[in-house]
Design a protein around this ligand. Structure first.
Ligand SMILES: Cc1cc2nc3c(=O)[nH]c(=O)nc-3n(C[C@H](O)[C@H](O)[C@H](O)COP(=O)(O)OP(=O)(O)OC[C@H]3O[C@@H](n4cnc5c(N)ncnc54)[C@H](O)[C@@H]3O)c2cc1C
Length: 399
C-alpha cells in the first residue's frame, strides 16, 4: 500500500505509525502481531474475553503506563497511554477489554488515601490485581447520573449497598470495581451532585455475598454485564476520599477517559482506512483497480482528512491535560470528532470493500460495529454538544 503520510512523504507503512512515541508503538505492534484477526473472531463467536492478550499487555507493563513509578508503574504522560490504545486498535486488536484500567485508577490515585494507594496500585501495576470495572450507568437514570438510585447506607463501620447497574463492562474479568452510589438521598442534599460517593470494591469477596453479576450480551464483544446489589456489605475502608464528594471525583477522571477513548477510536479509523486503501489498490473491476475511480478515492481521502483533524484535537487535549490546564472542552471535542471520524472511516471502508466487507474473515464488519460505540459511550454526542453549548458558548443549560 502507498499512503501519503502527515509529513507528505509516501509510505508503505500503515498511516497510524507516522507518529510520536515510535518505540512504544513498535512494542505494542509486536504484541498485536501475535493476536491476528482469527483470534478476535474466535473470541467473538464464543463471547469470550481476550485473557491471553490482556495478560500479555499487563506482563509487559502497558496497562500500568499511567501508574506513577513510586507505585510500580512507568509514570508515562497521558499521551503515551493514548498512543498505546491507538496502536492496539490500529493493529486490528481491541483495546476496550483493558482500557479502563488506565483511567479508572486515576480516581484512586488522585483521591484515595496513601494506605489505599499502597494497597492497590503496586499490585495493579504488577498484574496481580485487575481494576477493569467501573459501575456508574443504571437502567433508569441514563446520562442523568446524579439521579442514580444505587444506595450505600452506613451501618457502623460498614456500608450496605442496594441497587442495580447496567452495562458494567468487564465486571466478570476484574478483581476490583469502582462504584458510584448515593450515600445521602437526593431530597436531603443542597446540590444534586452532592451525596454521591465512590467505593473501591473487591469483587472476589462481593460476588455471592450480596452482589450478583450477569452477562449482558451486546452487538460487540465487550464483556458487558448487569450488576445486582442486594445488601452487599463492604467495610468503610472501601470509600475513596470523602463521603458525598464522589461525583466530583468521577468528573475529575472524565477528561483523561475522553482523551484515551478518543485516541483509541482513531486507531479503529486508521485501521479501517488502511484496509480500504489496500483493497482499492488491488481489487479490479471493469479492468481497472477500483481505487482509480474518484468515487472511491474521495470518500477515503475525506475520511483521512477527518481522522487527522480529530487526531490533532486529541493531541491538543492531551497536551493541555499534561500541562495541568482545563482541558474539559478539548477532551469532549476530541471525543466527539474522533468518534465520528472513526465510524465514518469504518463505514467508507465497508463501501470500498463492497460485498467482502461483510465477510467475517476480513475483520472490517467487526471494526464497523466496534467503532460505532464511541458516539454513545462513555458519553453520547448530544451530551458533549450540550457541554460545549453551555460551558464554551455560554448558552443556557438545555436540560
Ligand atoms: C458496550 C457498552 C459498554 C458500556 N460500558 C459501561 C461501563 O463500563 N460502565 C458504565 O457505567 N457504563 C457503561 N456503558 C453505558 C454508557 O456510558 C451509556 O450507555 C452512555 O453514557 C449513554 O447513556 P444511556 O445509554 O443511558 O443513554 P440515555 O441517557 O438514555 O440517552 C439516550 C439518548 O438520548 C440522548 N439524550 C439524553 N438526554 C439528552 C439531552 N438532555 N439532550 C439531548 N440529548 C439527550 C442521548 O444523547 C442519547 O442519544 C456502556 C454502554 C455500552 C453500550
Amino acid at each position: 500500500m502507498n499512503v501519503v503520510s502527515m509529513t507528505g512523504k509516501s509510505s508503505s507503512r500503515p498511516i497510524v505509525t507516522e507518529n510520536d512515541y515510535p518505540e512504544l508503538r513498535e512494542a505494542v505492534r509486536r504484541i498485536c502481531e501475535k493476536f491476528p484477526l482469527e483470534y478476535w473472531n474466535a473470541l467473538e463467536e464464543r463471547d469470550s474475553y481476550p485473557t491471553e492478550f490482556v495478560d500479555r499487555l499487563t506482563r509487559e507493563g502497558f496497562l500500568a503506563a499511567l501508574i506513577p513509578e513510586e507505585y510500580g508503574g512507568s509514570g508515562l504522560p497521558l499521551r503515551a497511554a493514548a498512543v498505546i490504545l491507538q496502536e492496539i486498535n490500529g493493529n486490528g486488536c481491541q483495546a476496550s477489554p483493558c482500557h479502563a484500567q488506565m483511567y479508572i485508577m486515576g480516581t484512586l490515585l488522585r483521591h484515595g488515601s496513601e494506605e489505599q494507594k499502597q494497597t492497590y496500585l503496586p499490585q495493579i501495576a504488577a498484574g496481580k490485581l485487575r481494576l477493569q470495572a467501573f459501575g456508574i450507568t443504571e437502567p433508569d437514570t441514563g446520562s442523568d447520573t446524579t439521579k442514580l438510585k444505587t444506595r450505600a447506607k452506613r451501618k457502623g463501620d460498614r456500608y450496605v449497598i442496594y441497587g442495580q447497574k447496567v452495562w458494567t463492562s468487564r465486571a466478570l474479568h476484574s478483581d476490583l470495581l469502582l462504584l458510584l452510589a448515593r450515600t445521602t438521598p437526593l431530597e436531603e442534599v443542597k446540590k444534586k451532585t452532592d451525596g454521591l460517593s465512590v467505593f473501591l470494591i473487591d469483587l472476589r469477596e462481593a460476588v455471592g455475598n450480596g452482589l450478583s453479576i450477569s452477562p449482558l450480551p451486546a452487538m460487540i464483544n465487550h464483556s458487558t454485564t448487569e450488576m445486582f446489589f442486594d445488601g452487599l456489605e463492604i467495610p468503610e475502608t472501601c470509600l475513596i476520599g470523602e463521603e458525598g464528594k464522589g461525583f466530583r471525583y468521577i468528573l475529575d477522571g472524565m477528561n483523561a477517559e475522553r482523551i484515551l477513548v478518543a485516541t483509541e477510536a482513531l486507531g479503529d479509523g486508521y485501521w479501517c482506512l488502511n484496509k480500504a486503501v489496500d483493497y482499492a489498490g488491488s481489487r479490479k473491476v471493469f479492468d481497472r483497480t477500483i481505487g482509480t475511480n474518484q468515487g472511491v478515492q474521495f470518500p477515503l481521502a475525506r475520511a483521512y482528512v477527518e481522522l487527522q483533524a480529530a487526531d490533532l484535537m486529541c493531541r491538543n487535549a492531551a497536551a493541555q491535560f499534561e500541562a495541568g490546564l482545563d482541558c474539559a472542552a478539548s477532551a469532549n471535542m476530541a471525543k466527539l470528532l474522533a468518534s465520528e471520524a472513526a465510524f465514518k472511516a469504518a463505514d467508507v471502508a465497508m463501501q470500498t470493500l463492497g460485498g467482502f466487507s461483510f465477510a467475517r474473515e476480513y475483520g472490517l464488519e467487526r471494526k464497523w460495529r466496534e467503532s460505532r460505540l464511541y458516539q454513545i459511550a462513555p458519553i453520547s454526542t448530544n451530551l458533549v454538544l450540550s457541554y460545549v453549548a453551555q460551558h464554551v458558548l455560554g448558552m443556557d443549560r438545555s436540560y
